[in-house]
Every structure is written in C-alpha cells, then in structure tokens.
Design a protein around this ligand. Structure first.
Ligand SMILES: Cc1ncc(COP(=O)(O)O)c(C=O)c1O
Length: 286
C-alpha cells in the first residue's frame, strides 16, 4: 500500500488506541482470517502502490459486511473513470485528488465519497470540526481536472499498455508489474472490476541499487519525482525515494527490490517515452 497510509495508521492513529493488521489482500482468505471481533474498517487499495496488486473489491466488501465492518477503497490509481468501488459494494471511496483527478501536478487535495447519508453526516461533522476543508482555488483546479479526466485516462492507459509490453521484452528488465499484461496475476480480476488498467507501471531492472538510481536520474522526458497522475511522465526508485523509510529487509520481503522503478506514464508521445527510457538504460547501466 501507499507508504503514507501505512504511516498515518501506525504512527498517528495507533496513538489513539486504534489497532491495525496488514495482510496480503490479494488472498480473500487472509483478509477474512485477520478480521477480529473489534474490526470496524477494512481498508483496500487497488491497484496498490507501487506493485500494482489487484484486490477483489466486491469479495472484500462482502467479507467486511459479514462481520459488520465498513469497507473503504483507496481509488487513487484507478480514478472513477476506470473503477467505481461503490457499485462493487464498498462503503467509502478515498481519492488523492492531487493525482489523476487534478491531473496537472498543481493541486493538493483529497476526497471521501460515499452513498450513505448518515456516513456523509459523520464525515461532514469531522471535516468541519478538524478543518480538513479545501480552499476554493483547489476546488476550481480539481473541477477543471475532472473535465478532461476521460481523455487523459484513455491516453495514460494506451501509453502504459504499450510501454509495459515493450519493457516486458527488454533485455535490461527482469520483471514488469502492470495489470494490463496477461502475465500479471491480477489481470483477469482487473479486467472484471476495472474498465482499463491505468497509467502506472513498475518494473525491475537487472541492476544494483546504485545503477538503478543512475538510470532514473538520466531520464530527460520522464521527470525524477515522487507523486503521480499528472500529464507529464514521472519516474522514481521506491527503494531510495517513496519507500526509503521501510527497513531494507522488510522492503525486500515486500517485493520492493533494489532494481525496482515506478513510473507514472504521462500523455506524451509514447515513442518519446520509449526513446527516453532506452537512452537512460544505456547511460545508467553501461
Ligand atoms: C494510493 C495513494 N493514496 C493516497 C495518496 C496520498 O495522496 P496525497 O499526496 O494527495 O496526500 C497517495 C500518494 O502518493 C497514493 O499513492
């Protein structure tokens, strides 16, 4: 999951006597086994950041409801254009509006979406009480972003699909994580619950931590940066950037190896993106 979600659960909410269990939610059995009598919320992220795992939203929501818990889905990677968790049975959808919804890397915001008036009242009360209210300019930028969301997402998906296929056959690449590839273990589920596979790709180079750091610093069309979901392509190395806070052994055990690169595929011409990665591989790996 997104590292910041892990951080707020463990380093902020645990101080208020809330307890969290982290499980591999691609296995519904593991999710059910982790439910305790006191469980109130089952939090799903799909596709996950950064390994693009796919979690069965309808199946997870059913398990949550069986035990009288709510099911919330972080839909940041998919956006409502590609995936609508409320229709799949979830109770709450969370979005980082900073990403695809804004779409231009010029606004920071978040939203919780639900289809239950009582829940809406509860969140409205907290929002008013703690001050988590967006300013009018942020709202304007996000609303403007939503007007081009479908065309942007179509291009993000097309570019990502082509790059993932190209990377899969590249000699410098050990492994590609993209749910649109038939080889991805969550491909069939993603095809069922999403309308397309999104614009995020992760891939693992056959390279050391240092060589990989060199590759991501050599790109010219891709900008070396965290964040994602804007029209410009971004590239980053989870081991030294977004997930650097995780102790090395834990990071590797979670599949975030030294050669892993995460890319937010923008809407540029896909040939420029390919050429940029090719020259960065050459510069960083030779
Ligand atoms: C899946 C996911 N959820 C939430 C967030 C948090 O977004 P923000 O930066 O708007 O707080 C991120 C940020 O990367 C993310 O990847």
């Amino acid at each position: 999951m997104y590292g910041g979600t892990h951080r707020i659960f463990t380093q902020v909410y645990e101080q208020y006597d809330l307890e969290f269990d982290f499980v591999d939610m691609t296995d519904l059995g593991e999710t059910e086994a982790a439910i305790r009598e006191t469980t109130e919320l089952v939090w799903v992220e799909t596709p996950t950041n950064p390994l693009l795992n796919i979690v069965d939203v309808a199946g997870t929501a059913d398990i949550a409801h069986e035990y009288d818990a709510l099911c919330a889905v972080d839909n940041t990677f998919a956006t409502p254009y590609l995936q609508r968790p409320l229709d799949l049975g979830a109770d709450i959808v969370a979005h980082s509006l900073t990403k695809y919804m804004g779409g231009h890397s010029d606004v920071v915001g978040g939203a919780l979406v639900m289809n239950d008036a009582d829940l809406d009242d509860r969140f409205g009360f907290y929002q008013n009480s703690v001050g988590a209210t967006p300013g009018p300019h942020e709202c304007f930028l996000v609303l403007r972003g939503t007007k081009t969301l479908p065309v942007r997402m179509d291009r993000h998906c097309d570019n990502a699909r082509e790059l993932a296929t190209w990377l899969q056959n590249h000699e410098n690449v050990n492994r590609v994580y993209y749910p649109g590839l038939e080889s991805h273990p969550g491909h069939d589920l993603a095809a069922e619950q999403m309308d397309d596979f999104g614009g995020m790709i992760s891939f693992e180079l056959d390279a050391s931590l240092e060589e990989t750091a060199e590759v991501v610093s050599e790109t010219e069309v891709f900008t070396l940066a965290e964040s994602l979901g804007g029209v410009e392509s971004l590239i980053e190395q989870p081991a030294t950037m977004t997930h650097a806070a995780i102790p090395k052994e834990e990071r590797i055990a979670a599949g975030l190896r030294d050669g892993l690169i995460r890319a937010s595929i923008g809407i540029e011409h896909v040939d420029d993106l390919k050429a940029d990665l090719e020259q960065a591989f050459e510069a960083g790996l030779n």
